[in-house]
Ligand binder design. Sequence first.
Ligand SMILES: C[S@@+](CC[C@H](N)C(=O)[O-])C[C@H]1O[C@@H](n2cnc3c(N)ncnc32)[C@H](O)[C@@H]1O
Length: 271
Amino acid sequence: MKDDLNVSSNARPSSKEIREEIRSEEFSFGFEKVSANTKRNRVNNVFTNVANEYDLMNDLMSLGTHRLFKRMLIEISGINCGDQILDLAGGTGDIADLIYRTVGNTGHITIADPNLQMIEIGRNRLLDAGACNVSTCVCTAEELPFRADTFDKITLSFGFRNFTMQYQALSEMRRVLKPGGSITILEFAKPKAQPLRNLYAQYRSLWPKLGAFITGEKASYMYLNDSIEVHLSQEDLVEMFRDAGYVSCFYTDLLGGVAAIHKGTKPINDH
Ligand SMILES: C[S@@+](CC[C@H](N)C(=O)[O-])C[C@H]1O[C@@H](n2cnc3c(N)ncnc32)[C@H](O)[C@@H]1O
């Protein structure tokens, strides 16, 4: 695990550049610069188009490794029995499915996601599993309809890079966390070793073809590739966590930096 790193990447936007995006009101949708509304609508269309085959495509593209990454996310988030959890960008509910037994009857999980098709699949999955301690909420990370100091932990898996206002989302997450609560984010990242980076880029170039074959949706998987390419470096995301007021921030690389898990804590005296 690494902490307090300050190495900047030239290939991706820095935390400061993301703040400038908000000022300029131009947001990255892959390599394109678009308005906030356009980004929101286009991201929503991507997930509407892929929702039915989303889980199958995740298994195929990651060769099953996303399941391992998600177990590590849960391990690092340190979820306990009785915890109130927000699974943000919870999509088809696989994170909630993994943790609803751990939080038990005294705990609760809220799956939040703005996409109706994705969250409906999630809700059905948890209903089929017989989970009584899970609810769903259709909302965006930038405007969370919850009271301050509500959740012990927030988990967020492969959703952050799709957010339009990433700072605002981090601030909202801090607001709804209890003091001392934490966010743990799993997201695609940037491999440190150049040979691995090249190999990974070649491998990812297959995803739109696979997506077209399985779902007929090449464009959505091209967005997936481009959004990974323009996403923040691991170090810049740690910096953004600190700028948004989190403490004890760190990240850990998975598979040499193909993905990373970032964690930050809301200060204990922050009400
Ligand atoms: C790649 S999926 C991740 C789903 C699931 N967490 C997983 O790991 O498989 C990204 C999810 O982020 C959601 N999303 C997109 N923009 C969002 C926003 N502004 N706030 C919250 N969720 C958002 C999408 O609707 C989609 O369900």
